[in-house]
Design a protein around this ligand. Sequence first.
Ligand SMILES: CC(C)(COP(=O)(O)OP(=O)(O)OC[C@H]1O[C@@H](n2cnc3c(N)ncnc32)[C@H](O)[C@@H]1OP(=O)(O)O)[C@@H](O)C(=O)NCCC(=O)NCCS
Length: 252
Amino acid sequence: MVPTVRAAGPTDAAGVVALLRAARPHLVVTPQVLAWQATGKPAERFGMLVGLGVRLAYARVVDEPASLAFAERHGYRSGRRNVILGLDLATAVLPPAPAPPAGVRLVTAADLPDPRPLYEADLAAAADEPGDVGMDEISFGDWRAAYWDRPDLDRALSTVATADGVVVAFTVALTDGRDRYLSGMTGTRAGWRGRGLARLVKHASLGAARSAGLRWAYTLNDAGNDAMRAVNAWCGYRPVAAEWRHLRTLHE
Ligand SMILES: CC(C)(COP(=O)(O)OP(=O)(O)OC[C@H]1O[C@@H](n2cnc3c(N)ncnc32)[C@H](O)[C@@H]1OP(=O)(O)O)[C@@H](O)C(=O)NCCC(=O)NCCS
């Protein structure tokens, strides 16, 4: 069979998802997510067109020689390393649930009457995340479109710790509605760190994911983020793969 190369269209989504699921077990991907990334408001954030005025292209490259060489040949330079961690929820024994500190309440993202406190906590945490590509100053409206309204966000499994109406810690859960769970982002407000809140929200979310019948949990860590790696190791996550972040300059 002679392969042909053509632009992807909406009817390719199911085939692309099947390929991605088989090749990258830790990805949470559905035809709905692909369609959503390609259209409407989110396309402005996830679009890959030079014509949009984009100056830097960002890619994540599997940590194996052929993929890294391919990226280099195409003008990408490598940045920081990510470790991908996995947990089999069917067999994992989660540690005992930690007790919330006084005044802290655990709820799900679905319970929030308004997502703005989560947006504020997300922005604050993202600013402290180690990395070479940070989250820019995104407006609440854009954040809603790009993160809160994404089709794979599972609000019932995304867990939030609140104190006096402020979100002090959170973990965002993305799922494929079949068997896979991925941590989108975990954060604790600066003044609340080191008190077990990241453990608390991750533990609650993983327990709820297991109760919901999901099997494979994955999370991605910057290799130098020791605090997050300590939390994930405590949850029972173990490394399953690695990748390198890459950047390519499109326009000076
Ligand atoms: C990573 C983060 C979520 C941790 O939140 P937290 O509520 O302080 O976490 P916890 O208190 O539950 O646990 C932190 C653990 O990391 C350990 N830790 C903290 N800093 C550490 C360091 N530099 N090296 C090693 N371990 C460290 C703590 O000692 C604690 O473990 P312990 O309970 O065994 O002592 C928080 O620091 C944060 O929001 N960072 C910015 C956003 C970010 O990087 N998010 C992760 C993106 S994947």
